[in-house]
Design a protein around this ligand. Structure first.
Ligand code: NAD
Length: 339
C-alpha cells in the first residue's frame, strides 16, 4: 500500500478545517504540531513529505533542514518573508521552498499608505490630543506640509512597493525608488530609480520594502539616518531588523529625522520598556500590516495549492528557490491545480 502524502504544520496556531477539508480528498494527510525549538521541529518532521510553517521566528535552520527525511520535498511558509528559513540549506538538500508571495500585497500596501499619510498628517498625535480631552491648541511635533510638495522614496520596488506607488500616485508627490536588482528603466511609470544615497538625501518620506537578508540587515543604519533630512520620516512595513533600531532611537532623540511609522520592529513583541514607545512622533502598529479576512483566506488557499502541486509532481505557484534541483522532478505549475 502506498503511504499517504503527509504534510506537517510545525507551528500551527489556529483551526485547519479549510486545509483538511481540501487536502484529505486528495489523499494528503495534515498533521498539526506546535513546535518551538529545533529539536521539537526535527521530531515533528520525522516522517513527512512536506512542511508548513507560519511563524517569523520558527527556526527552520540548516540543522533542522539537514535532519529532514529523504522523502521531504517541500517547505511552504504561510507568509511572504522566508527570512527564518535557511533557503540555501534547503536548496543544497534539493527541497523546494515556497511562500505565498501575493497573499497580502493589497493589505500591506494599504497599511503603508495609512502610515505614510498618517505620519505626514500627524493623525495619531492629533487623535491623542483630542482623546486627552482637548480640541484647540494642537501644536504637533513639526509643521504640517502639503504632501504634493514632498518626495516619497521607496527602498525596494517589488510587489508591495509598486502597489503602494499606485495607491499613492493620487497624492501627486515626487516618487523615487532605490532597488539595485531592477535592470534598466523604472518598471513603474512616474517613479525615478535613484541610488540609496540619493534617495535618503532627497526623500521627505522613506518607505522600506526590502526582504530581510544578510545584505539588508541594518541597511537603514546610523550613516543612513545621518544622510536623511531633519524633517524626514521613516516608514517600515517590511521587517524590523532592516532598520538599526539603536541608530533610529538616536536619530529621533538627536533630531536627525523628524519621526517614524513602524509596523515591524527589531524585537517582536516590542519590549514594554522600548524607547520607541516614548516618542510622540513615532507611530507603532503590532505587525498587523498583512491582516485581513481576505488575506488569511488567500494564504491558506495558496498553501493548499502548493502542497497539492508538489504531491502531483508540479512546482508550487510561488517557489522561493526556483533554481533548486528538486529531489523528485517537477513539471511547471498550472492553474489547473487551483484549490
Ligand atoms: P518582493 O520580493 O516583491 O520585493 C522586494 C524588492 O526588494 C525586490 O524588488 C528586490 O529587488 C528589492 N531588494 C532586495 N534587496 C534590496 C536592497 N538591498 N536594496 C533595495 N532593494 C532591494 O517582496 P514584497 O512582496 O514587496 O515584500 C517585501 C517585504 O515585505 C517582504 O520580504 C516581507 O519581509 C515584508 N512583508 C511584511 C508584511 C507585514 O505584515 N508587515 C507582510 C508581507 C511582507
Amino acid at each position: 500500500m502506498v503511504a499517504p502524502f503527509r504534510v506537517v504544520n510545525i507551528d500551527c496556531n489556529f483551526d485547519y478545517a479549510y486545509e483538511r477539508d481540501r487536502l484529505a480528498p486528495l489523499g494528503i494527510e495534515l498533521v498539526l504540531r506546535k513546535s518551538v525549538t529545533e529539536d521539537e521541529i526535527i521530531a515533528a518532521c520525522a516522517d513527512v513529505d512536506a512542511v508548513f510553517l507560519e511563524g517569523t521566528k520558527t527556526p527552520m535552520t540548516a540543522r533542522v533542514i539537514e535532519a529532514l527525511p529523504a522523502r521531504c520535498r517541500l517547505i511552504a511558509k504561510y507568509a511572504v518573508g522566508v527570512d527564518n528559513v535557511d533557503v540555501a540549506a534547503a536548496t543544497r538538500a534539493g527541497i523546494v521552498v515556497a511562500n505565498a508571495a501575493d497573499f497580502c500585497t493589497e493589505e500591506v500596501s494599504d497599511h503603508a499608505v495609512a502610515l505614510i499619510v498618517g505620519a505626514a498628517r500627524q493623525v495619531v498625535s492629533m487623535d491623542r490630543h483630542v482623546h486627552a480631552g482637548r480640541w484647540t491648541g494642537f501644536v504637533g511635533t513639526r509643521p504640517l506640509r502639503r504632501l504634493s510638495e514632498l518626495t516619497l522614496g521607496f527602498v525596494g520596488l517589488g510587489r508591495i512597493a509598486r502597489a503602494t506607488v499606485r495607491k499613492m500616485s493620487g497624492f501627486r508627490m515626487r516618487l523615487i525608488a532605490a532597488d539595485p536588482y531592477l535592470p534598466g528603466p523604472s518598471p513603474e511609470p512616474g517613479v525615478d530609480l535613484v541610488s540609496l544615497e540619493q534617495l535618503l538625501a532627497e526623500a521627505d518620506l522613506v518607505s522600506v520594502h526590502v526582504p530581510l537578508s544578510p545584505q539588508t540587515r541594518g541597511l537603514i543604519n546610523e550613516a543612513a539616518f545621518r544622510r536623511m533630512k531633519p524633517t524626514s520620516l521613516l516608514v517600515n512595513t517590511s521587517r524590523g531588523p532592516i532598520v538599526d533600531e539603536a541608530a533610529l532611537v538616536r536619530a529621533l532623540r538627536e533630531k536627525w529625522i523628524a519621526g517614524a511609522a513602524l509596523d515591524v520592529v527589531e524585537v517582536e513583541p516590542l519590549p514594554a520598556d522600548s524607547p520607541l514607545r516614548e516618542f510622540d512622533q513615532v507611530i507603532l502598529t503590532p505587525h498587523r500590516g498583512a491582516d485581513s479576512v481576505d488575506s488569511l483566506a488567500h494564504v491558506r488557499r495558496t498553501m493548499v495549492e502548493s502542497v497539492f502541486a508538489v504531491a502531483q509532481g508540479h512546482w508550487p505557484p510561488f517557489p522561493f528557490n526556483p533554481k533548486v534541483a528538486p529531489r523528485v522532478p517537477l513539471r511547471p505549475w498550472t492553474e489547473a491545480l487551483r484549490a
